[in-house]
Design a protein around this ligand. Sequence first.
Ligand code: M6R
Length: 618
Amino acid sequence: MCGITGYIGYRDAYPIVINGLKRLEYRGYDSAGIMMYDGENIHLSKTKGKVSDLEKITEQEELRKAGKIGIGHTRWATHGVPNDTNSHPHFSESGDLVIVHNGIIENYDTIKKELTSRGYTFKSDTDTEVLINLIEEVKKNEGCKLGKAVQLALNNVIGAYAIAVFDKTKPNELVVARLGSPIAIGVGKENKEFFVASDASPFIEFTKDAIYLEDGELAIIKRDKGIKVRKIETDKEVDADIQELQLNLEQIEKGGFDHFMIKEIHEQPKAILDTYRGRMLPNEGIIKMAGIDDNLPKFLNADRIIIVACGTSWHAGLVGEYLFEDMARIPVEVEYASEFRYRNPVITSKDVVIAISQSGETADTLAAIKLAKSKGAFVFGVCNVVGSSIARETHAGAYTHAGPEIGVASTKAFTTQITVLSLIALKLAQEKGTLSKTAVNNYLQTLQQIPNQIEKLLEIDPLVQHISEVYMHATNCLYLGRGFNFPVALEGALKLKEISYIHAEGYPAAEMKHGPIALIDENMPVFVIATNKGHYEKVVSNIQEIKSRSGKIIAIVTEGDVTVKEIADHVIEIPETEEAFTPLLTTIPLQLLSYHIAVMLGKNVDQPRNLAKSVTVE
Ligand code: M6R
């Protein structure tokens, strides 16, 4: 939901800011803008469209040569349609102050009316332009410096923000602040240069030292001098904690693939291995997870586990429900975070809440966590992004270690989340004695085979491409699965919808006869997951029902399957594994299928329309 970036130092700011925007484009791509200061004048350029459009319009501009300080923005529109005027950065009324903003100012309308009555005029429809004028008004009235004005103004706003503000009258500093939206500050050598960004990717080649602002903090960054961090509410100075980044450049580049999504699909064997590496010793039957080990009584005495998440992470949560109930015999409820947070749910201190989020920044999941904590529940996070808001807000957690996921459509996040949930379920089963020692060892040994099995499974790509060609012009698709693979059906449908814009629905296979079967005719492709364990015969019956209504069947089966092969139009085989781990395999062909269909249709796979990678607004 919008990416912001900035630079202050001794290098030319333009390439740093523009490249930073390219790396942050996954956060929003409705419009892009940049401001440079050349020591005398502010140069500002912005446009509807992508960062590449911005680059084109700045080609001949002085702005490219201007200055060692700059800020930039890539937008996912909230207030105001995506057009040039609503694009960031925004000027204040005097033209002295410039802002970029990620988030939403909820009480902007009240503030706007008040400022209008004091003579302010507004060019855009954005809440951000209201905020920069509020800062200007406070600065004027209080006669204070920019940092103080930002702090006082922010105490009057309701909402979420990550902002970077520049003041032409004090051109050797940038002021940044956050509440609910992330900000990382890269610290260059000897305090000679600083980088600001929504995540650390824009400055990874310049410095490994980063400060992640906490919610409610503001930083005044002065060229050659350093950073002062203060609490927005109290103005109290706090020590800035400099962390060493683990990220490297290679992880955030496409590495020879055409798109991040396909690169990330192919990264899954390694990502899953990285997720369980050091956490299990299959032959000894040992599972070590610090976040669980340190809080075992909480889990073992829990009345139930409530899983909160959104989108793909919610689908992983559904797989988690099957895993925890089946292996550890703990009742589980899986909730959309966005519903849970407003539902006045019954939660007690005997509940354990597991929040799942790739980005660790999803606003609804964050709010659900805060609600659960306020009611006394123990909250455990399963996040990918290290140091993210959710990772910090939860009592304990486990990282997925999938590495950066840049494609907007989640792939490796899903399979690594399931891997973490599998380990937790097995650990709890072991502790509770709901699975025998042999069964746990068996599961661990089987899990250990998954990375190689995925590696081999990825070789089916040509077959999936062929199937994609056959069905790329479908306007509707059904995805069916049962048990552990019902969430995979949901996830398969979501993948197709979000990147190819083909309407698709996932259903539990047996639910089909309660309505969706009416949709089936010779034009309806139905993707059915029919692995050999669990409810195989039942799913075969469902396939027969589709066949007798002339539906087209694309089945995902276990190697060696005979029955479904005879009925289905196309068959994709996955290797043999435990039923509980089949989602780790069955999801792979569905990811590939969505990818190829979207590419064949000429869609922007990594940046599908209307979406953004981390949804930091509700
Ligand atoms: O970062 P999170 O896992 O919290 O994100 C949740 C959803 O926004 C995300 O999974 C979304 O549904 C993806 N676009 C799915 O591919």
